[in-house]
Design a protein around this ligand. Structure first.
Ligand code: SF4
Length: 168
């Protein structure tokens, strides 16, 4: 089985979407409609194109310099089953996984859908919350507005309380 995800595109090498050198996958489809969204072309749930998860992993493995995978959007959690599988395969291949979402961490934890929890479990760092244009700052690292948090998911799950990443 080689499941597919719907994406707006990829960036094969980025140093601005998380720590180190990263492969970035932009999910296609978003229902948050944040005012001032940086990427409105990703909102259409039927836009973009389908790509096999194995194709993305194979593309990543061509670059020995990569440190990690960043899931951005769009909203990766709207395709939680597929993105969870992609994150799982990336973790198995030794990559660090960072996921952007317009949902808050608390909202994700309250979701009964198993695949939402699995995507969280395969995520090392989560940047959560909608982009709030009134709280926008160009000085923030790896996020667009002050309300968004960079959460260390592993530590948060171990301690059963929210732990912010040291890179925040
Ligand atoms: S969550 Fe991201 S992609 Fe979706 S509307 Fe907000 S800023 Fe745009």
């Amino acid at each position: 089985m080689n499941p597919q995800i719907r994406i707006a595109g990829v960036v094969k090498e980025s140093i601005v979407d998380g720590p180190g050198i990263r492969f970035v996958v932009f999910a296609q489809g978003c229902s948050h409609h944040c005012e001032g969204c940086h990427n409105p072309a990703t909102h259409d749930l039927s836009g973009g194109h389908l790509v096999a998860i194995g194709t993305i992993i194979a593309e990543m493995k061509k670059n020995p310099l990569l440190d990690g995978l960043t899931l951005s959007g769009g909203e990766p959690f709207l395709q939680s089953a597929g993105f969870s599988e992609l994150a799982s395969q990336a973790k198995a291949a030794g990559y660090h996984v960072m996921t952007y979402t317009g949902y808050t961490y608390e909202t994700l934890l309250a979701q009964p859908d198993q695949s939402w929890q699995q995507l969280l479990e395969h995520t090392d760092l989560l940047v959560d919350g909608r982009f709030e244009v009134e709280q926008k700052s160009l000085l923030l690292k790896f996020r667009g507005s002050h309300n968004q948090r960079i959460i260390d998911v592993k530590k948060s799950q171990q301690k059963n309380q929210l732990v912010l990443s040291e890179i925040s």
